[in-house]
Write a new protein. Structure first.
Length: 630
């Protein structure tokens, strides 16, 4: 299907709904503009669903792109081309994702659960994909409870707490005791909510209630002879079991008179009893014993062992900035708080803020090494880092992955390792300076020192390897802005039109004039589809107006004989190739350049001089003197 003039609907959603969701939406909108297609984006973020599609938009859409790491109900898109992919794909390759959506298979009408829809596709990895999306769905719904409960506890401890030998404590008759109890209540819902939405993602609505109830069983250790319960590990187990048990029961054929009560009475009750009793009598105690054993081992860590654990947690936290590694380490640290060991959460809390604070510091200290958008994102990252939002580092990491991601990992490992060595503790499931300022951290001075060391390492590495953006070239009589020796190629072995265009665009990119090679190539080829740009007499003038062009540029290439088959009017291969590329906002500038260049090339002596030029400098001088406008 043609990209231009197509209408695509896109849904973006990430587990936390904070940064990836909106970055993916922005990248898709920009790519759609460059591709010339119409796009509507519906974001499923932490503040809810925004930009909900109308029925008319769904009817008119050519395709639907679901870029999400959580479960999205696609039943309303039956009969449309639907492509489901991760949110990272929309961030890294938005244009490719949109093109792929236009050739995706048509979705069949189905009211089944997400797991049933995936298995219907016959994918060998459907179970793994379902489990991953279910886990991410559970985490995304759990985060608001964690943040709300954690920060309420932090405020209560900070304002109403009094020092005791065991740490901060709030007097029983204090108003802040009530705030602490509200925070504790919100915090206690973490595991049941995690379990409930894992189950719902697998079995749809019939799995919600059993998942929540069995999640409560998982945290109530007295039911299976444990003091601490099974933490988030138990919540994941109950969520998965409840989801698949409910899914199995809903597949049982029933009489049409029983069907109305089957999903709202029979499935929830049977699933709750099966999974609940199985957890109480078989699963709960062994898992709790493992959890308690792990807690005792971690409580006994000191010195080098604590440093190693902290370094691993910190590296995972900083690696994917809100992705699966980050969430695994975060849940591991937070789950041990209820078990009486807040030290791993202290390690995670120090590392969480390192990536965003470090990229912000780097863009402030060496501003000339970063583009304006990168500097702007650095300011935003500083703010997000203070509140423990690791995703603030994503824009710079996406733009400079080889510089930023390794630096994040090293800085996170340093912060986590030092926090482990110095015995930092965090009593709430949140991180960053905010929790230390609000009093939820024991060893506040050591916490900030570990954090500063991690930020210094990451920022130092980013600064050391940051390469300044290519400076804009000043116009001068000797080097006009449109053409220079850098944009001249002589005697290159080219015979294929598409390969020739890519070679010309690549040379423009090497000269710092093009920022998105694929987008400019696509724009040039789209122009060729409307009619050849070969003008005869061995000359071709491909051109493109595209947002992937940073500055207007002319690239000249002289192809080796026999030349490039360009479907010229006189059927002669093209040997003198001129690429004209201008930014989107340049209007019709490229057409004016093309007209002047064509007039100059109409003179036979110019073509002969270019065929005989002995160096890029000589060829550039010939073109500048005749064909390039001032």
């Amino acid at each position: 299907m043609e990209t231009t003039d197509s209408f695509v609907l896109a849904i973006t959603a990430c587990p936390t709904g904070i940064a990836h969701t909106y970055m993916a939406a922005e990248n898709l909108e920009q790519a759609a503009h460059e591709l010339g297609m119409k796009l509507r984006v519906e974001t499923h973020g932490s503040i809810g669903v925004e930009g909900t599609f109308t029925d008319e938009e769904i009817r008119e859409a050519d395709a639907v792109l679901i870029a999400a790491d959580t479960t999205i109900d696609a039943s309303r898109f039956a009969g449309k081309r639907v492509l489901s992919t991760g949110v990272d794909a929309a961030i890294k390759d938005p244009a490719g994702s949109l093109r792929a959506a236009l050739s995706a298979p048509v979705a069949a009408a189905s009211a089944g659960s997400p797991a049933e829809k995936e298995s219907a596709g016959g994918s060998s990895s459907s179970v793994g994909a379902t489990l991953y999306r279910a886990l991410m769905s559970g985490v995304s719904h759990m985060v608001p409870f964690v943040v709300t409960g954690g920060l309420l506890l932090a405020v209560a401890l900070s304002i109403g707490g009094s020092p005791t030998p065991e740490g901060l404590a709030i007097p029983e008759d204090s108003f802040w005791k009530v705030i602490e109890q509200v925070g504790t209540l919100a915090f206690s819902l973490m595991v049941p909510v995690l379990s409930a939405f894992i189950a719902q993602a697998i079995a749809d609505r019939p799995g919600l209630a059993p998942g929540f109830i069995t999640g409560l069983i998982a945290v109530n250790g007295s039911l299976y002879g444990s003091e601490a319960g099974t933490g988030f590990i138990g919540g994941i187990i109950t969520g998965v079991l409840a989801g698949y048990v409910a899914l199995g029961i809903r597949r049982i054929p029933v009489n049409k008179y029983v069907a109305p009560i089957w999903p709202i009475i029979v499935i929830p009750i049977l699933t709750t009893l099966i999974v609940g009793l199985l957890f109480i009598y078989v699963i709960g105690h062994p898992v709790a014993a493992l959890f308690e054993g792990l807690t005792h081992v971690l409580a006994g860590l000191s010195g080098g062992s604590a440093i190693l654990l902290g370094a691993i947690i910190g590296a995972m936290i900083a690696f994917d900035m809100g992705g699966p590694f980050n969430k695994t380490a975060f849940l591991f640290g937070g789950g041990l708080i209820a078990a009486g060991n807040p030290h791993p959460m202290g390690m995670a809390a120090a590392a969480i803020a390192v990536p965003p604070l470090a990229v912000g510091v780097a863009t402030l200290l060496r501003r000339h090494a970063f583009t304006r958008p990168e500097r702007d994102s650095g300011i935003a990252a500083l703010f997000m880092g203070c509140f423990g939002i690791t995703e603030g580092a994503i824009p710079l990491a996406a733009a400079r992955p080889l510089q930023v991601i390794p630096a994040n990992v090293l800085g996170g490992a340093v912060a986590g390792g030092l926090a482990g060595w110095w015995g930092v503790s965090d009593h709430v499931m949140h991180g960053g300076p905010i929790v230390a300022v609000l009093g939820a951290v024991d060893g506040t001075g050591w916490f900030f020192l570990a954090l500063l060391c991690g930020v210094a390492v990451t920022a130092g590495i980013i600064i050391a390897f940051a390469r300044p953006p290519a400076p804009a070239r000043a116009e001068s009589p000797e080097a006009p802005s449109l053409l220079s020796e850098e944009t001249v190629l002589l005697d290159v072995p080219l015979t294929d039109r598409d390969a020739a265009i890519r070679a010309l665009v690549r040379r423009a990119a090497d000269a710092g004039r093009v920022t998105d090679v694929d987008a400019v190539v696509a724009a040039a080829l789209a122009r060729e589809e409307k009619g050849t740009t070969a003008v005869g007499s061995e000359v071709a003038i491909p051109h493109a107006r595209c947002a992937g062009v940073a500055e207007p540029v002319i690239v000249f290439a002289r192809a080796e004989k026999p030349g490039v088959d360009w479907s010229a009017p006189d059927s002669h291969p093209a040997r003198l190739l001129f690429l004209i590329a201008v930014p989107e906002e340049a209007g019709s500038q490229h057409l004016k350049i093309l007209a002047q260049l064509a007039r100059g090339l109409a003179r036979g002596d110019l073509r002969e001089r270019l065929l005989a030029a002995g160096s890029p400098a000589e060829a550039a001088e010939i073109i500048r003197g005749v064909a390039v406008p001032a």
